[in-house]
Design a protein around this ligand. Structure first.
Ligand code: HEM
Ligand SMILES: *[C@@H]1O[C@H](CO)[C@@H](O)[C@H](O)[C@H]1NC(C)=O
Ligand SMILES: *[C@@H]1O[C@H](CO)[C@@H](O)[C@H](O)[C@H]1NC(C)=O
Ligand SMILES: *[C@@H]1O[C@H](CO)[C@@H](O)[C@H](O)[C@H]1NC(C)=O
Ligand SMILES: *[C@@H]1O[C@H](CO)[C@@H](O)[C@H](O)[C@H]1NC(C)=O
Ligand SMILES: *[C@@H]1O[C@H](CO)[C@@H](O)[C@H](O)[C@H]1NC(C)=O
Length: 331
């Protein structure tokens, strides 16, 4: 697949008064891209994300995840939003799982009312993800803008490029490397699982007969295992969900990492960041330990990694289009 080597050139970004990040970025993306063409864009999106969270707290998590699933497949080009049975929506990681599409539609129509035909769906996703983190109690940053929308959705690529909860750590690391993200990014971005929910289907393999051992995953803490066994019995409803961070489900904080120290990661792909053999020599274990005791370090690295992720293969210039409806390419 396409390596995002284009994200490596220089560029310094003033993030806050105390934090100056020198980032890998291509970037024709800029923070003031719509300053003239849609001056109220950020206010409009913030308001709509606020309304959506008021209606359902979990939607913050769902919107953050949508941006991630967009960026890992052909870059941040709004491809995840396209309808159609050949689309990414029907890939294994997304089907019956990715959510928030209606909220993106609502935001898009508010934005269109203010500035018709100007703002891409991929940029709306990037802003909505940033706002979702902030409104959940997490850090904030200036979102780079100027992405255009892609013309194709690639289901096959979505199946292979997105990490699976059943992947080994080495596979997860290589899927991140394929889009120009490193091990620090793997761990900091996994901290997104401090909010949101997961279905039984994504972790029930750990609960009764893990890898043919006849017992639960030995890295899963026993009380947590019992609770999850009750939620997800054999032949139960695979659609039932639980919180990815059982400590503070809706708050964007560093408890996700504290949980991993205690064997309370929900997905196998969470717990292996701390408990697997590879966690030592890949350094994910020491990163988990650092983030668990230093939420400022987690927040700073998370922001850095979100900006990097938002810079994966952006569509710019005369490529792509500004979609009118986020679900379909313009005719
Ligand atoms: C490291 C590899 C990753 C794997 C294997 C993974 C896997 C998963 C799975 C299986 C779920 C539950 C989906 C469901 O039950 O429907 C989930 C939820 C979620 N993921 Fe990840 N994920 C990863 C990385 C990320 C990243 C990088 C982000 C964002 C920066 C992210 C954000 C989220 C959020 C916020 C949720 C909750 C969504 C909701 O409640 O609607 N994940 N992830
Ligand atoms: C979709 O991605 C696969 C790689 O997974 C690639 O072989 C194929 O050419 C892509 N299709 C389109 C339409 O870009
Ligand atoms: C990952 O990349 C960032 C820059 O984007 C860098 O600061 C960090 O040290 C890198 N981490 C690893 C493990 O290479
Ligand atoms: C666990 O799974 C293995 C391999 O799939 C199987 O041989 C074994 O009988 C199972 N054990 C139990 C207790 O179900
Ligand atoms: C889970 O949800 C999906 C989509 O809503 C549905 O097709 C499936 O039948 C559900 N499974 C169960 C066991 O309810
Ligand atoms: C790290 O350790 C694991 C298990 O001990 C091993 O399989 C893997 O090859 C090692 N990786 C590196 C990069 O040394």
């Amino acid at each position: 697949m396409k390596r995002s080597s284009n994200i490596f050139s220089s560029g310094c970004l003033r993030l806050t008064t105390v934090l100056m990040l020198c980032l890998a970025s291509s970037s024709q993306l800029t923070t003031d891209f719509y300053a003239m063409s849609c001056p109220n864009l950020l206010k409009i999106v913030r308001k709509e994300v606020q309304n959506a969270i008021k209606a359902e707290t979990r939607i913050a998590a769902s919107l953050l995840r949508l941006h991630f699933h967009d960026c890992f497949v052909n870059g941040c080009d709004g491809s995840v939003l396209l309808d159609g049975s050949n689309g990414e929506k029907f890939s294994l990681p997304n089907i019956n799982s990715a959510r928030g599409f209606e909220v993106i539609d609502t935001i898009k129509s508010s934005v269109e009312s203010a500035c018709n035909g100007v703002v891409s769906c991929s940029d709306i996703l990037a802003i909505a993800a940033r706002d979702s983190v902030l409104l959940s109690g997490g850090p904030t940053w200036k979102v780079l803008l100027g992405r255009r929308d892609g013309l194709v959705a690639n289901q096959t690529l979505s199946n292979s490029a997105l990490p699976s909860p059943f992947d080994t750590l080495d596979v997860i690391i290589s899927k991140f490397a394929n889009v120009g993200l490193n091990i620090t990014d793997v761990v900091s971005l996994s901290g997104a699982h401090t909010i949101g929910q997961a279905k039984c289907a994504t972790f029930s393999n750990r609960l009764f007969n893990f890898s043919g051992t006849g017992a639960p995953d030995s890295t899963l803490e026993t009380n947590t295992a019992t609770n999850l066994q009750n939620l997800c019995p054999v032949n139960g409803d695979d659609n039932k969900t639980t919180f990815l961070d059982q400590n503070s489900a809706d708050l964007f904080d560093n408890h996700y990492f504290q949980n991993l120290l205690n064997g309370k990661g929900i997905l196998s792909s969470d717990q292996i960041l701390f408990s697997s053999d590879e966690a030592v020599n890949t350094t994910t274990k020491v990163l988990v330990q650092q983030y668990s005791i230093n939420s400022g370090l987690f927040f700073g690295n998370f922001v850095n990694s979100m900006i990097k992720m938002g810079n994966i293969s952006p569509v710019t210039g005369s490529n792509g289009e500004i979609r009118k409806n986020c679900r379909v390419v313009n005719s």
